[in-house]
Design a protein around this ligand. Structure first.
Ligand SMILES: Cc1cc2nc3c(=O)[nH]c(=O)nc-3n(C[C@H](O)[C@H](O)[C@H](O)COP(=O)(O)O)c2cc1C
Length: 354
């Protein structure tokens, strides 16, 4: 099947499910009844990869390569521009194979000439393909996606995954822009996050389980009945952030994604250590079901609620939010203990004297 058609089918099948929300119920922020702050000065800015962004949100990779992809990319780029959010395009492989579909990616740069735009390609890519993908949209960074689980369900998907880390190392040296390595919804354990950190990537996006589920999408697309157990494969989003945060050094930024779009979950992801939070399935769903202005309203609401939550934890900035105590219980705490991580260290974080 040609890549472009597959991209449209991903949109079609992802729209069969209402956006799924990752489970952050084991993680609690603590209410501060004496916040010594002015709500009008709560600051959502976050800094990574040499730039400061006005919000910790970004629009994660979705599409490109077809007429529908062009329309969606244009609308998402308009929203990204309005809010100053970085935006990743979907996999550019279709346009690297056939120049006819380049417009569906270039439209993002045309609509948002000065915005942060990220190229996107799979981990099979060699440095030359990455350079072409970056050049195509004058990208500020490139995302390399890891999607072994998805490929294995596709009848024509990749089966050979050797050499990914050494390819990524080479890409880091030659890309000329920051390299972000992302999972697409099955999460990242700390061992792989550590490997990527050593490979010199600028950011990892843990892309945990709980949001868009490519095992469900691909099996439905292929008409294959996956066992219910396999459909739940992956590291849950909250746990994946904790795993990666435990090994990343300051040089590698931590991004979180996978079913995160509720303001409280965004606040928890940031408090667990994420520098930014990516949204894919949710903005796509809102855009196609309700239109661009509804999506604008939803992002406005998310940012307002995030400010309210920050205020109520006594955090005036995202950096301060990352010092607030968090109580981690249940399955997540149990997982941490079995993996040698101490949930009590989060609960006893000092925050400030407030
Ligand atoms: C329709 C659709 C197409 C996607 N295509 C890509 C892609 O081309 N490249 C990529 O890196 N991720 C792709 N993703 C994955 C998202 O960027 C994200 O990692 C994943 O959906 C988890 O986030 P979510 O739960 O917010 O959707 C796609 C997601 C959706 C819903």
């Amino acid at each position: 099947m040609d890549r472009a058609r597959r991209k449209d089918e991903h949109i079609y099948y992802s729209m069969c499910y209402a956006p799924q929300k990752a489970d952050f119920s084991d993680v609690a922020l603590i209410h501060n009844c004496l916040p010594d702050l002015n709500f009008n000065r709560i600051n959502l800015e976050t800094a990574y990869m040499g730039r400061t962004f006005r919000s910790p949100l970004f629009i994660n990779a979705v599409t490109g390569g077809t007429k529908l992809g062009l329309r969606i990319n244009a609308l998402l780029a308009g929203v990204a521009r309005r809010f100053g959010l970085p935006m990743a395009v979907g996999s550019q492989m279709a346009a690297l194979e056939s120049r006819a579909s380049e417009t569906s990616f270039k439209v993002v740069r045309r609509i948002n000439p000065d915005g942060a735009i990220w190229a996107n390609i799979g981990s099979y890519a060699d440095p030359d393909l990455v350079l072409r993908a970056v050049k195509m949209i004058r990208a500020d960074a490139v995302q390399i996606h890891l999607n072994a689980a998805q490929e294995l369900i596709m009848s024509d998907g990749d089966r050979a995954f050797e050499g990914m880390v050494s390819r990524i190392e080479k890409i880091v040296k030659t890309a000329g822009v920051p390299v972000i390595v992302k999972e697409v919804g099955f999460g990242m354990a700390r061992e792989q996050a550590a490997l990527l950190c050593r490979a010199g990537v600028s950011a990892v996006d843990t892309g945990g389980r709980g949001g868009t589920n490519f095992l469900a999408i691909e099996s439905r697309r292929a008409g294959v009945n996956l066992s219910p157990g396999l459909k739940t494969w992956g590291i849950p989003t909250a746990i994946s952030i904790i795993e990666a945060a435990s090994v990343l050094s300051g040089k590698t930024a931590l991004f979180a994604s996978g079913g995160i779009y509720d303001a409280l979950d965004i606040a928890k992801a940031l408090a667990l250590g994420a520098r930014a939070v990516g949204l894919a399935g949710y903005p796509l769903y809102c855009l196609l079901r309700e239109g661009q202005s509804a999506l604008v309203e939803k992002i406005e609401n998310i940012e307002t609620e995030l400010r309210i939550i920050m205020m109520l934890t006594g955090a005036g900035t995202v950096t301060e939010l990352q010092t607030r105590p968090l109580v981690i219980t249940g399955y997540t705490a149990e997982w941490m203990k079995r993996r040698g991580l101490n949930p009590d260290l989060y609960a006893r974080r000092p925050g400030d004297s407030n």
